[in-house]
Design a binder for this molecule. Structure first.
Ligand SMILES: [Mn+2]
Length: 238
């Protein structure tokens, strides 16, 4: 029987690594991620860690296989750290569900959830379920992608657009004030019971990193993104 998270003193969070894409800059951050994991009780990977839509691996199955291998390696390298994987819109794919559930069963220091986790007084969620109007509850992921990655020729075009700075431009729209205000509105509207004893809310998804932003008696944090030209915000959990 798994007994995760007995110690929650030292934790870290990161999100939006968008691994498997042409535009991930994850390699720049791996050294810091591993250093943090070496001294952590837990490490939250808060969604869009792998990118099934823009994967260069040719298929959803190959991308899922990569994901399991990646978590398997890091879990084995740091057995004293519990790794927590929350899905985002780019890794909520049908192909990952069965393998990740099987992996969690056999790996003692790994847990996952489709949409959120609470650790102490902190709430972690990727953020896509909050920003999606179609979704009823940000605490319950109902839909999963099923398609294979887009074709290589389209990826090349999209890569060119990213290189031109489109992502930085989109980032400006998601200023921290706006982001916190919107998240708060959604969570307090129908889900205020989920906020009991919560002081800190950690999200990703908008790709704009910020820490310690106080709004409405809560403290908001966003872990940014490891995409070229953007800043990945690896954070220590308060
Ligand atoms: Mn996302």
């Amino acid at each position: 029987m798994k007994t995760p998270l007995q110690k929650i003193e030292h934790g870290y969070v990161v999100s939006d690594l968008h691994m498997c894409t042409k535009w991930t800059s994850v390699e720049e951050y791996m050294c810091d991620i591993r250093k943090a994991a070496a001294n952590a009780d837990f490490f939250v990977f808060n969604g869009d860690i792998f990118d099934f839509r823009w994967s260069t691996l040719g298929s959803a199955a190959a991308t899922a296989k990569f994901a399991i291998k990646w978590f398997s390696d890091i879990c084995d390298d740091f057995p004293n750290c519990t790794f927590i994987y929350i899905l985002g819109n780019h890794d909520a794919h049908k192909n990952i569900l069965k393998p990740i559930a099987q992996f969690a069963k056999k790996q003692d220091n790994f847990i996952w959830h489709s949409s959120f986790i609470k650790i102490g007084s902190s709430l972690f969620m990727h953020g896509d379920l909050i920003f999606s109007m179609r979704n009823k509850s940000p605490f319950e992921r109902k839909k999963y992608k099923h398609r294979n990655p887009v074709r290589s020729i389209i990826q090349k075009t999209y890569h060119r657009v990213i290189k031109m700075g489109a992502h930085r431009l989109i980032s400006k729209v998601h200023a921290k004030e706006r982001c916190a205000k919107y998240v708060m509105q959604v969570l307090e509207k129908d889900h205020s019971h989920q906020l009991k004893d919560i002081t800190d809310i950690y999200i990703g998804h908008t790709h704009v990193g910020f820490s310690d932003y106080n709004y409405n008696n809560y403290t908001f944090h966003n872990s940014g993104s490891a995409i070229h030209d953007l800043q990945c915000n690896l954070m220590k959990v308060r």
